[in-house]
Design a binder for this molecule. Structure first.
Ligand code: 5GP
Ligand code: ZN
Length: 118
């Protein structure tokens, strides 16, 4: 699995930096955001190092689909309220204009009763 030794999230995948793990399989890792902006806020990342969503290609189609389908499952497991009166947000900040700070592609999954910080 291609990783970047200088990347914060690659170090988290490898356990070199501790995190509160939510989920792991052979190609995906999920963990709680260190500064939660909502009552439930976790990050989902591919294990392979890809800086931005816009760097992903057709090769990643299945992986991205898998992550998007896993997001609601994990959100509900962590306490997101089901149905239209509950719900959650999935966002992928991309690049400087997208507000991205860590350049290893990640899905933010946020849920829980409002108000949220963002
Ligand atoms: P971005 O702005 O790149 O979309 O989001 C990066 C997220 O990573 C932020 O929400 C930030 O709180 C989170 N984050 C940054 N460093 C760490 C860390 O060391 N551990 C964890 N669990 N989250 C982090
Ligand atoms: Zn990385």
């Amino acid at each position: 699995m291609s990783q970047d030794p200088d990347c914060l999230f690659c170090k988290i995948i490898q356990g070199k930096i501790p995190s509160k793990k939510v989920y792991e399989d052979e190609e995906i890792f999920a963990f709680h955001d260190i500064h939660p902006a909502a009552p439930i806020h976790f990050l989902m990342i591919p294990k392979k190092h890809v800086p931005m969503l816009s760097d992903m290609t057709i090769v990643d189609q299945q992986l991205l689909g898998k992550m998007m389908l896993l997001a609601p499952k994990l959100a509900l497991e962590l306490g997101a309220r089901p149905g239209g009166s509950g719900g959650f947000r999935v966002s992928v900040n991309t690049g400087v204009d997208g507000g991205q700070e860590v350049y290893h592609v990640h899905l933010h999954v946020m849920a829980g009763p409002r108000p949220w910080q963002r």
